[in-house]
Design a protein around this ligand. Structure first.
Ligand code: SAH
Length: 354
């Protein structure tokens, strides 16, 4: 079914976002209008392989069909509002949705890969204390079309294939489960952008119902969990979601994900000076991560002016990393980019950066 929010009504004609249909749905939708199934595959090819901006560019379709598409469907759920280029070459795209809301997409170019960071909601419900996105009130879930278009937009700007996707933009992806998974299935498909699930990472604040659901589907996605604290006391303070889904239950959900999918779970841990960066924190973190056979990604805290938290110094981060390694825990430090344009993790607010 097409999500309601993307169906607009102009002079009593219903305009649907064409990217809200997966291939099977598009076949049925077009069949309803008397168009043979193979035409849906052609449309898909134009949308995802050629990335056309207009139905008139679909030059192997009959003119009548193009006219029908033009009259009943929209090709652009998002438009550019602003673009920012960082000193480190990462790019932040502030994108405008049809209802006037704004979201952010970040492109992180590397010599060997192009990574895009996608938003999944306008605002966020979870109000994590270290995250700027939590300061913006939750407005709504994004639709599959709005998620897919962020990817296509970044790919067009990059001028080459996107190789990796991280759902680490604004919002909680597992709280918008159906639309996120629908978009991912299109992204994976051979008729679509064709990016393998193993190249896609979903990051969650610890929304256990979503972790349980994602363990049950057969996709080989990477799961990252924002832990950031090793005691419920501190996690309750930093991440209010912990009051509903405490650490013990979260660890059990991650263990279940690993058992079902055999995918190693990454525990994300933002290092905050004097808050969660002591040797005892490292010891407890090692215990948690070993219990779920996971690995750790330490994240440098990207300060945001309205937040009263401070980053751990680089040398102290290295020391924290050493403490984990000493306990045989696999650990990396995230290469955080785009902070000068407010494009780094936790800085996405859906408005212009500096
Ligand atoms: N809601 C999801 C995805 C969005 S946040 C989640 O919570 O995981 C993506 C990552 O950035 C998470 O690990 C999050 O904890 C981290 N993050 C949030 N604020 C940050 C900040 N100020 N500095 C660095 N990382 C931050």
């Amino acid at each position: 079914m097409v999500p309601k929010s993307t169906t607009l009504c102009y002079n009593s004609i219903m305009i649907s976002e064409i990217k809200d249909f997966n291939l099977e749905e598009l076949k049925k939708e077009l069949a309803r209008r008397g168009i043979p199934e193979f035409r849906a595959s052609q449309v898909f090819h134009w949308l995802y392989k050629q990335q056309v901006a207009s139905f008139w560019e679909m030059n192997n379709l009959p003119r009548d069909m193009i006219k029908l598409l033009e009259e009943n469907y929209s090709l652009s759920a998002v438009t550019t509002a602003q673009e920012f280029i960082s000193k480190d070459d990462s790019r932040k795209y502030l994108l405008k949705l049809k209802d006037g809301n704004q979201i952010e997409t970040v492109l992180i170019p590397n010599p060997d890969r192009q990574t895009v960071c996608l938003s999944t909601q306008v605002g966020c419900k979870f109000c994590c204390r270290m995250c700027a996105s939590g300061l913006k009130k939750f407005v709504r879930n994004l639709t599959a079309a709005e998620i897919l278009e962020q990817l296509l937009y970044a790919q067009k700007k990059a001028g080459s294939r996107i190789t990796n996707i991280v759902f680490m933009g604004m919002g909680e992806p597992l709280e918008n489960f159906d639309q996120v998974i629908k978009a991912i299935r299109v992204i994976n498909s051979s008729e679509g952008p064709e990016i393998a699930a193993r190249k896609i990472t979903i990051s969650t604040a610890g929304f256990i119902p979503g972790i349980k659901k994602i363990a049950e589907i057969e996709l080989q996605l990477n799961l990252s969990v924002s832990l950031h604290a090793t005691t419920d006391e501190l996690r309750n303070e930093l991440m209010p979601i912990n009051k509903t889904y405490p650490i013990r239950d979260l660890v059990a959900a991650c263990q279940n994900y690993f058992q079902k999918t055999k995918r190693i779970v990454t525990i994300e841990y933002v290092l905050l000076k004097g808050k969660n960066d002591a040797v005892d924190d490292a010891r407890r973190l090692a215990g948690i991560v070993k219990a779920l056979k996971g690995k750790v990604n330490l994240i440098p805290f990207n300060p945001y002016t309205e937040l009263k938290l401070e980053p751990t110094a680089r040398e102290d981060m290295e020391r924290f990393k050493y403490w984990l390694e000493r306990d045989q825990v696999p650990v990396t430090i995230r290469d955080s980019r785009g902070s000068d344009i407010m494009a780094a993790c936790g800085q996405l607010l859906g408005k212009a950066g500096q």
